[in-house]
Design a protein around this ligand. Sequence first.
Ligand code: FA5
Length: 339
Amino acid sequence: MKEKIQELRNSGLGKLEKLVTTDQLSDWHRDFLGRKGELTLLLKQLGELPAEERPAAGKEVNRLKLELQEAFDTNQDRVRQQQLQQELDSDDLDVTLPGRPCSPGHLHLTTQTLRKIYRIFQEMGFQVYEAPDVETDEYNFQLLNIPEYHPARDMWDTFWVNDEVVLRTHTSPGQIRAMREYHPNPIRVILPGKCYRYEQITPRSEHQFFQVEGLTVGRNIRLTDLIGVMTEFAKKMYGQQRQIRIRGSYFPFTEPSIEIDMSCTCEGAGCRLCKKTGWLEIAGAGMVHPVVLSNGGYDPEEWNGFAFGMGVERPAMLKHGIDDIRYFYSNDLRFLRQF
Ligand code: FA5
């Protein structure tokens, strides 16, 4: 047995020193140390030895195994170094040249704005609720108190997928989905998401843009709660000096309906942004219409709530003085890198 061990040692180490490629190394490993390799064969032969010789021989075989493994590791380093050196010698690669700096990416301005909006509303106890981009006519219009042939449908130019399916024109259909899911509990959520409108693209209007909807449902919620929430939002988003102004408006899914304006940074002096009015529109809003509440499963005699909906790109434009919404979707790095 001793001779066999010595023979294997000599042949293994001898062959190993002559290897020059990593492929040859793995063949060697398979032949000597692999599951069906020479060493395994030797281990199996131990069983045939007389019992008194087995422990000593076993020790020897194990020592050989360690020796071969160590020699393999050393030769593997040697072969890798040699291969690297060969590649360096044969290539025009100059490893002393400084590398090209790689610029890390960062979040898109829309995402940054959305995250800021989430944070502000989360501080006021709102959860984020996500609803689908592709909606049915029923959710996008009918359940929001906009029946077929209702003139209010003209307020939203719609991309129709087929007679019943649309790309949502606003985040308001999420109100119904949230109500049906949360019923019969009170609700305080914001619903962010992309909306689509079959619209002429202009510096202020895109055919895809983000909105953030807000919805509360509870008992004894008042219009002043809505005004309080929007005032808090405007101050946290745009600065403590900002004030809120309310104008009457019309949305089929709120009653009464209002538009919320925020005081402009020019503080009434009049500037291009506010078209010299001193006020900027930030959201449409109102008290949830009783029909919408009952479509969501809530008894309007017992429950009420408020809802609001605002754009995301337009507020970001106001904040950063951006004069064209098309920059948001044009992937121009010169624009994106500024934020
Ligand atoms: C609505 O979409 C209502 N669903 C808002 C609402 C919700 C009212 C809940 C009451 C209760 P409106 O069409 O005004 O309203 O759109 C809301 C905001 O979306 C606008 O103020 C604007 O910031 C943004 N927006 C609308 N159309 C575009 C567009 N084409 N491009 C960019 N932003 C747009």
